[in-house]
Design a protein around this ligand. Structure first.
Ligand code: ADP
Length: 200
């Protein structure tokens, strides 16, 4: 990777609880900023549907709304970054990092490829609204974890206990910005872009 890559690349973490709209906003962001989308949830679901070894390892955790162990996730993200680190204009991480150990590993990975995280944008949505959205998505997503009240509640509590500290990790680095995740898709997108442009 050439040295100037640090300046011209844009690497963003899109953060928020399940159902906050990270996937929807990521689709718009990759188009506008020409980024590579790394959604750990999507990658795991692909492995699940293809029945790979990795998919088999992840299935039990995912079906119950628990986190897949850090070493499995980190290894998979490392591979994905490696595959596109010379071609991508930057990355948008969606659903990763979900633990402080993952955030630390991401910093190490970025350094290894002479890149850095520019900032994290957190989507904030009230809990009741999250549940309504996930239940609604469950009607069409086919995702087991979207269709069971207990699993939905578990994902939200895993988020609060294990994932929220990641926001603090980026706050300490002066790389944290939050956006109200309730509103129209376009409004929210506009706000996210404003925050991202401030990181640059
Ligand atoms: P959500 O809609 O809950 O944000 P995702 O599609 O991001 O869902 O992830 C679905 C599931 O995949 C999670 O509940 C978890 O089991 C697993 N998963 C995804 N990303 C990670 C990660 N970074 N660390 C651990 N597990 C993960």
């Amino acid at each position: 990777m050439p040295e100037k890559a640090l300046n011209i690349m844009l690497n963003i973490v899109l953060f928020g609880p399940p159902g906050a709209g990270k996937g929807t906003q990521s689709q718009k962001l990759i188009e506008k900023y020409q980024l590579k989308h790394i959604s750990t949830g999507d990658i795991f679901r692909k492995h699940l549907s293809e029945g790979t070894e990795l998919g088999k390892k992840a299935r039990g955790y995912m079906d119950n709304g628990n986190l897949v162990p850090d070493e499995v996730v980190i290894g998979m993200v490392g591979e994905t970054i490696k595959e596109s680190s010379t071609t991508a204009k930057g990355f948008i991480f969606d659903g990763f990092p979900r633990t402080v150990a993952q955030a630390e590993a991401l910093d190490e990975l970025m350094e290894k490829f002479n890149m850095k995280i520019d900032g994290m944008v957190a989507l904030e949505v009230p809990e009741e609204e999250l549940k309504t959205r996930i239940r609604e998505r469950g009607k069409t997503s086919g995702r087991a974890d979207d269709q069971d009240e207990e699993k939905i509640n578990n994902r939200i509590s895993v988020y609060k206990n294990e994932t929220l500290p990641v926001a603090e990790y980026y706050t300490k680095q002066g790389k944290f910005a939050k956006v109200d995740g309730v509103g129209s898709i376009e409004e929210i997108f506009g706000e996210i872009c404003r925050k991202i442009d401030n990181f640059k």
